[in-house]
Design a protein around this ligand. Sequence first.
Ligand code: HEC
Ligand code: HEC
Ligand code: HEC
Length: 239
Amino acid sequence: MKRLSLIALALLVAVLGAGIFVDASAQQQAPAKAADAKPADKPADKPAAKPADAKPADPAPAKPAAAANPFNRLMIPKADRNPPPIKDGIHDPESPGTPMLQPPLDAFGGMPKSNAGNNINWVQAIKDKTINPRYDRLNPKEEPMILDLDIVREVKGFMPDVVYPHDRHTEWLDCSNCHPDIFIPQKGQNTISMAQILMGQKCGVCHGKVAFPVSECRLCHSKKKDQPKAASVSAPAAK
Ligand code: HEC
Ligand code: HEC
Ligand code: HEC
């Protein structure tokens, strides 16, 4: 019995070890030359200079290996974050327009920093006017319609309640970005859960993709409960 479980453990370690190894080597190779990395697995990789054995045309534009799991974006080493457009896996590296775009690190120079997402505190940046977005493509004088309305969503259990601030969203977004497709504009008419958010629905349509990620619990769960239930839990120190 004991022998068996020892063998099982050894196997598990071997499998895990191999997994880590494959992962690390894939990550190292991805940015340099995708063509070298296991061609059989990734037919959609960068076409680069195609040899004569050419397969039929690539079905999709080039994608880096990391695109398979978008959550890995959170684990990119700091030095590799915010790559220039030609390497970001979003823009077409073949397009002559791509190298004309400003690399993010050039643009982010004087902006307030944060520890999450792409490391810029965008809420602070718009307050500071270190970014001054145009609200209409054609009319530079168009002003945003900022709505000063907080919606508090009570959360069962130990987490502080969620405050959804309209003002900090409508500085960037139009009402129609959320209403009515993502949220019915009526308090309490929407069910929202962390599971949905993690799966890219509700708040997760943006948070974790184009706005700060779900790891920043306290930015959303920012309101201390009105009547903390004495002694049931050690009250979390909410702002
Ligand atoms: C980023 C998404 C988002 C944007 C943009 C947005 N809202 Fe909302 N809005 C919400 C959420 C979330 C709620 C809360 C819904 C709930 O509690 O079920 C809400 C609720 C509302 C409510 C209901 C308030 C109440 O007390 O019942 C109104 C009215 C509203 N929004 C109007 C607007 C207007 C007008 C704009 C544009 C100026 C706007 N919203 C932009 C997400 C958004
Ligand atoms: C982008 C905003 C946002 C972030 C970031 C966020 N939450 Fe939430 N969370 C919500 C909303 C909205 C709800 C739903 C509240 C309701 O019931 O209406 C919720 C609900 C919850 C609940 C109640 C149970 C459930 O699944 O609905 C727990 C527990 C929770 N969050 C924990 C966390 C933890 C832990 C983190 C950080 C790892 C976190 N949340 C980060 C917005 C957020
Ligand atoms: C349509 C896109 C979109 C949706 C949907 C959305 N957000 Fe946001 N949210 C943003 C953007 C953009 C910002 C500003 C940039 C940033 O902070 O990353 C922002 C900022 C915030 C902030 C301000 C944080 C600060 O530093 O002050 C909070 C809080 C927040 N969101 C909570 C929520 C909650 C809760 C939901 C769901 C009920 C939600 N958001 C849904 C796009 C969205």
